[in-house]
Design a protein around this ligand. Sequence first.
Ligand SMILES: [Zn+2]
Length: 223
Amino acid sequence: MNDEIVGYVCPICDTPNPLSTNYCLKCGHWLLDTNTKARPIAKREYKRYFKNNSIGSKVVSIIKWLVVAILLIFVVMVILVACHLPSSTTNNVPVTKQVATLSPADFKTQSITIPYDDIARQTEDYVGKKTILTGQVIQIEEGPNNQIIMRVNMTKGQYGIYKDTVWVDYTYKQGEKRFLEKDIVNIWGSVTGRKTYTSAMKVDITIPEINAYIIEMAPQSNT
Ligand SMILES: [Zn+2]
């Protein structure tokens, strides 16, 4: 039954035509022309011709493309997210990085001093708070786009030795001088949460994290 002749393929444009027409549905060629004979096709082949053009298969191919597109978008997002997370660090507290829209002067006036013990013990209570601290830079790593991460000891102890480490994220302003390890700096910024990093001794250490808006060299004073 599948071998039954159900139409003719146009010799000019290769379009399958049903038996009911004498002229090609696509190009209008006379299918009964004996010089360029139309090839008869069986039901099986006719179906195959239409398989690629039927509405059903179009829907299927559109769905296929959608799935591929969604997968691609997903993969791109995963890559983007992965790129933004430094491999050795994770955030324990959701970070709401505050884009400072205040002028530096206003930011400074609104900043409060928070003792290290408070930031460290009740970090969540201080997330989003503007704070000022003076501390010693103990480590700086420069990233792309003038971004730096620093570890800063923010409590001045005996003999002028600083202790109590916080994590500081900062972006250099254009033309700003670089900070160096051992610098004593004033930092104005927002508490963003806690940061866990892996120390050189391969131990995970969690410390308060501050997103700095302004950093200035502290006026030098001897103890
Ligand atoms: Zn034709």
